[in-house]
Design a protein around this ligand. Sequence first.
Ligand code: AMP
Length: 196
Amino acid sequence: MRIILIGPPGAGKGTQCQRLVEHLAVPHLSTGEMLRKAIREETAEGLLAKGFVDHGQLVPDELIVGMVRKRLQEPDCRRGCLLDGFPRTLPQAEILDDMLERQAMTVDGVIELAVPRDELIRRMTMRKRDDDDPAVFARRIKSFEVQTAPLLEYYQRQGKLESIDGLGGTDDITARVMEAVRRFELRAARRQSSRL
Ligand code: AMP
């Protein structure tokens, strides 16, 4: 299964992803984590990305697409993956579709973790990360609304989107996420059997 989790900063994607990768037994591809690691290790990609990440801006599409392309070619991704934080722009989504199509693969489903803006700000004040400075956080929310939210319509049109209410207890949210995954699994099984 290839699943994408989309949600604004602070929506709780990290926690849900951890639970989801256990269930799916596929690697967790978090582009935020990949970038933070590259920055820590001062790789060429990390040095390029640092200014953008520090300011709560998206890194250029070519940079992140290159990193994801490399990662998706690793053998452990053959069975599937959970994409977290990618794609984040329409061009990234189109490139991903193209990348997968070339390998006769597809995105099986997209989960939106929907959380209202005031709740995100309340949650942000309770955690601490370098890019959680209030001004930077506000920029990251804005970038989600302007650059990433259009992806929801893109995947809706493909019939792949499941929107989940991201409010409530962590276990309740996980239950909703798992229901969405079961629907993706059913659809994938139907696709598979219609091909046979
Ligand atoms: P995240 O942990 O997913 O919130 O990502 C942290 C930061 O990494 C973001 O604020 C962006 O600066 C950068 N980033 C992560 N994923 C992407 C992406 N797909 N495209 C562009 N920038 C990204």
